[in-house]
Design a protein around this ligand. Structure first.
Ligand code: C5P
Length: 401
């Protein structure tokens, strides 16, 4: 069974404790379960373990400097934004004290302050330090703010003595991080409909009009929604993908069939994510047999417009949450805003299909998210599952609780 860590971005903060050497094993185990690991070290940590060790195991540069930029963006912001989980292991008394009191004077503490992702800390220190009331108070403060602390255990400490303060073993830390992601059920009790894939509009018995859509974006949305606790109705045009077994799945062929299914269930759902590439036109008349080439030297196809399913949903929106998608070749932001208004949506996901790594068929996407508040967020190239995660994050942000 695949781990929820698969395709997740874990920012691993390493601070200055002798247990820092165990961070190497944590990186290895996280990667083994399919996560991408972004190591971030404090200056003190670099005295205990060489950044190259973590960089090699993570196959990622180690972030060290607050003022370093990556593609023009401050590192703490890019790390804070890409993180699905921030794991600090080992966490010293010092770093916990700083985070508990809102101090952000290095890359790690600034990234923690800037992230919306869950934060897990695995303390490691000497017993006397661990028992110090100020450390205990700081840990309570962190817990009360929703951070997760993996209590250290009793065992051999760096001093040679046996006592409480020994960091939990890497395997347990990784299991814990997995559990935190698993329990992020922020759509529990909701029902969403997702449409995916292309539609097929028959011309005759063997040919049809369709698009290059693979269904990957819609299926990724369905999977992510399920992982976050939502029930999902997935309505898909022809696709070679396997629908997630937990989804209520309907396979359709044409835009009219898709519309029928969507309308049947619309009243029940909390929202619709309309990722399908619905054909705008269908043949006015479908030939009953096969169109033969010897019957004519040229062929004119008469097409009629299909209904715009999403626009119709927008007209009857009520308090349902509507997400539309659009594929454009220029003027992305303006067109996205126009469509958002025209179709009465809450959020639109715009693809510039001329960009490498964006749009139909591939495993990655490059999108612009435009919300009804007018804010536009551009997401650089990333897996469709990661894009799906950001879309659900946005839905969560806008939806009334
Ligand atoms: O206007 P445009 O086709 O670019 O809008 C795309 C959005 O509208 C997508 O979310 C798509 O699923 C939806 N759509 C629809 N019915 C159509 C065409 C598009 O629901 N006939």
């Amino acid at each position: 069974m695949s781990s929820v860590l698969k395709d997740r971005n874990i920012v691993l903060g390493v601070t200055g404790s002798i247990a820092a050497y165990k961070a190497a094993e944590i990186v290895r185990l996280l990667r083994k379960r399919g996560a991408s690991v972004y190591p971030l070290m404090t200056q003190a940590a670099t005295h205990f373990v060489h950044p190259l060790t973590l960089a090699s195991l993570a196959a990622q540069e180690v972030a060290l400097d607050l003022f370093e930029t990556k593609q023009g963006r401050m590192r703490h912001l890019s790390l804070a934004e890409l993180a699905d989980l921030v794991l600090i292991a080992p966490a010293t008394a010092n770093v916990m004290g700083k985070i508990a009191h809102g101090i952000a004077d290095d890359l790690l503490t600034t990234a923690v302050m800037a992230t919306r992702a869950p934060v897990v800390l695995a303390p490691a220190m000497d017993e006397a330090m661990y028992e110090n009331p100020v450390v205990q108070a700081n840990m309570r403060e962190l817990k009360s703010r929703g951070m997760h602390i993996i209590d250290p255990v009793k065992g051999q400490l760096a001093s040679g003595e046996v006592g409480k303060g020994r960091m939990v073993e890497p395997q347990k830390i990784v299991d814990y991080a997995e559990g935190v992601l698993q329990s992020r059920q922020d759509f529990a009790g909701k029902l969403f409909m997702v449409t995916a894939g292309p539609t097929r509009e028959a011309l005759d018995k063997v040919r049809f009009i369709s698009s290059y859509s693979s269904g990957k974006m819609g299926y990724a949305l369905a999977e992510e929604g399920i992982d976050r606790g939502s029930r999902i109705i997935l309505i898909s045009g022809p696709s070679s993908l396997l629908p997630p077994p937990q989804a209520e799945f309907y396979s359709v062929e044409t835009a009219l069939e898709m519309k029928k299914r969507v309308m049947e269930r619309f009243s029940e759902v909390d929202g619709v994510l309309m990722a399908a590439a619905v054909s705008d036109f269908r043949a006015k008349r479908v030939f009953s047999g096969k169109i033969k080439k010897n019957a004519c030297t040229s062929l004119r196809l008469d097409l009629v417009q299909n209904p715009d399913i999403l626009q119709e949903l927008g007209r009857n929106k009520g308090d349902k949450f509507l997400v539309g998608f659009c594929a454009e070749t220029s003027g992305l932001k303006e067109k996205a805003k126009e469509k958002l208004e025209e179709k009465n949506l809450d959020l639109i996901v715009a693809n510039d299909i001329t960009l490498e790594g964006a749009g139909f068929g591939g495993d990655t996407n490059v999108v612009l998210l435009v919300g009804k508040d007018g804010e536009a967020i551009s997401l650089d190239r990333r897996s469709k599952r990661e894009v799906a995660r950001k879309i659900w994050d946005k839905v969560k942000e806008f939806m009334p609780t």
